[in-house]
Design a protein around this ligand. Structure first.
Ligand code: 9G3
Length: 567
């Protein structure tokens, strides 16, 4: 492609509203342009990269035995009413009316649509399992679109759905998809982690997120320094083996702690460490009031409380609710002498506290020398805290570190949630109607493009991995007015294309500095500069990734490229 024939509007200055590198560089290098908040056009270079990402996703989906189809973005409201999600989703679900005033959703995802297709077409267990996928535009009216393609309101997603007659069959396809996703992100050159994102059960079975590590990621991944363990920090189970201090158990003692409310204040006042303190909090778990204990240096993980009680809503109780329930102010709460009707659960670490400190359920007083087994009884000790950096990895190998991540993929075992809602049944081998078991598997294709730029750029611009670069070779004559240079550049352009390379030829009448700066910004893997030595049939090669430069004869050029560019 000649640059004079395409559209690559590079910019010198950084767009004001672009906060992250991928957003800045994709705009400056002329890959995308914003239409309005969260909505982008992909200019020619951007479209080429998007297609490269799609093609890798498509190849791996086909290898995984999934069949590609294409579903509509316009979805009849009735479908979402049947699944109930018409009512459960708020303004994030884009809705519109047609000329007959009929209501529609703009597809944010396609569980309803795909389930009705399969419901209507599949009647026998012999036709299962079936995995279908599409690569299609999604609409989600994000409250705060930001970071360019990383969180848009219209974006490209690959969404796949699998249908099964048994859990084993779902497990099998889920694992196949897990492998396919690992292949995809490896081929894209991304440093990613497959992260347990389910309700904390070790070796989680229900859902995994695929996270690209990046400090601008919105999610926090807890991962092991030694093994492949990685979990969403909210979900990470804690498998710590705590030590009990060996000191002599002392008598309980009530002490005045005037105006000392927080754990830090009390620990400071009594000159003990927060890990010897017991933090006592009241929670509303659905409509139940529960007292939760956690060691003073740990944080309570309300998602784990929610999972423990299989609750739909878990909130910290308000000060007045605590006062009503326990008759004391929230800052003096403690586990000792609570009404026996109050349910108390504690994180596992609390059990190992010796001669600790806890609130006395009386304004301005605490207990010291608190020993759990002697001074209060716990209905159950369980894993209720957030995992921390430095904790042992739950799989016993290595230590937990945190990293920020960009979620680029998410795979789920859906079960019968949608087949029951939409009445998708098949006749089993005994002729009995059964609801299909489903899985679903998403990749944010346009988000992946931005995540790649986040991981592959330098001060001068984007550094595309070979697998997704819009073109493989950039041919640039230093002086387009010099017949020898322009002539050789034109010749190389043709020869390289004939040799099977994709080539971008900068035939613009621009100063060399501008062309070189643009070339670094655009980020193709290799640049061939045709300059003064053109009459000796010598050109200069510059590798974008390393910056290495070498002079090379035209004869050697093609095999040198063949040796260094992954086709
Ligand atoms: C909506 C809106 C936003 C949404 C959803 C529905 C996220 C929604 C979860 C999924 C699950 C999987 C198939 C591909 C992989 C992900 N945000 N999700 O369902 F109406 Cl406005 O999309 N769907």
């Amino acid at each position: 492609m000649k640059q004079s024939m395409t559209l690559i509007p590079t910019l010198r200055e950084v767009p004001a509203d672009a906060e992250v590198k991928s957003h800045q560089l994709l705009i400056r290098a002329g890959y995308i342009r914003q239409n309005t908040s969260g909505i982008y056009s992909f200019l020619p270079l951007g479209k080429k990269v998007l297609k490269k990402v799609e093609d890798i996703v498509r190849e791996e989906m086909d290898n995984a035995g999934a069949a590609e189809l294409l579903m509509p973005a316009m979805q009849a409201a009735e479908l979402w009413q049947e699944s109930g999600r018409w009512y459960s989703y708020g303004p994030e679900l884009m809705r519109l009316k047609d000329r007959h005033n009929r209501e529609f959703a703009l597809g944010a995802t396609h569980e309803e649509v795909i389930t009705t297709i399969v419901r209507d077409e599949i009647k026998s267990y012999k036709k299962l399992p079936l995995t279908l996928y599409q690569i299609q535009t999604k609409f989600r009216d994000e409250k705060r679109p930001r970071f360019g393609l990383l969180r848009g309101r219209e974006f490209l997603m690959k969404d796949a759905y699998s249908f099964h007659a048994s859990q084993e069959s779902l497990d099998e396809v889920y694992n196949i998809m897990f492998t396919a996703y690992s292949n995809i992100f490896t081929r894209l050159g991304l440093d990613f982690r497959a992260v347990i994102a389910d309700s904390g059960a070790m070796g989680g079975k229900d859902t995994h997120e695929f996270m690209v590590l990046s400090e601008i990621g919105e999610d926090t991944v807890a991962y092991s320094t030694k093994s492949g363990f990685a979990a969403n920090v909210e979900m990470a189970p804690v498998m710590a083996n705590y030590e009990r201090k060996t000191e002599q158990i002392k008598d309980l003692e009530k002490i005045a702690t005037p105006n000392q409310k927080t754990i830090e204040e009390v620990a400071d006042f009594l000159d003990v460490s927060s890990s010897d303190c017991i933090k006592t909090l009241g929670f509303k778990v659905d409509d139940k009031f529960v007292v939760v204990l956690v060691r003073g240096d740990h944080e309570i993980n309300d998602i784990k409380i929610k999972n423990l009680y299989q609750a739909s809503v878990v909130d910290l109780a308000s000060p007045q609710e605590v006062k009503e329930q326990l008759g004391c102010p929230i800052g003096s709460l403690g586990p000792i002498n609570l009404p026996t009707s109050v349910e108390i659960v504690a994180d596992a670490a609390v059990e190992y506290i010796v001669n600790g400190v806890a609130g006395a359920n009386e304004e301005g007083f605490h207990y010291k020398n608190v020993n759990p087994s002697r001074d209060f009884n716990i209905s159950q000790y369980c894993d209720l805290r957030f995992i921390k950096e430095g904790d042992m990895s739950p799989d016993g190998e290595g230590v937990i570190q945190f990293a920020k991540g960009i979620e680029v993929g998410h795979i789920f075992k859906l079960g019968k949630r949608y087949s029951e809602a939409m009445g998708a049944t098949y006749l089993d081998e005994n002729g009995r109607a059964q609801h299909m078991i489903m899985g679903c598997y998403g990749i944010g294709v346009s988000r992946v493009m931005a995540a790649i730029v986040e991981q592959f750029h330098d001060d001068n611009g984007i550094v595309w991995p070979d697998a997704v670069t819009p073109y493989q070779v950039h041919v640039i004559p230093v002086n387009a007015k010099n017949d020898v240079q322009a002539g050789l550049a034109e010749k190389l352009y043709g020869e390289l294309k004939d040799a099977g390379f994709s080539v971008l030829y900068d035939d613009r009448q621009e100063r060399p500095g501008v062309k070189f700066a643009d070339s670094d910004l655009i980020g193709l893997p290799v640049r061939i500069t045709v300059g003064k030595k053109a009459e000796e049939n010598v050109v200069e090669l510059k590798w974008r990734k390393t910056g290495d430069m070498e002079e090379i004869s035209v004869e050697q050029l093609i095999q040198t490229l063949r040796r260094n560019i992954v086709q």
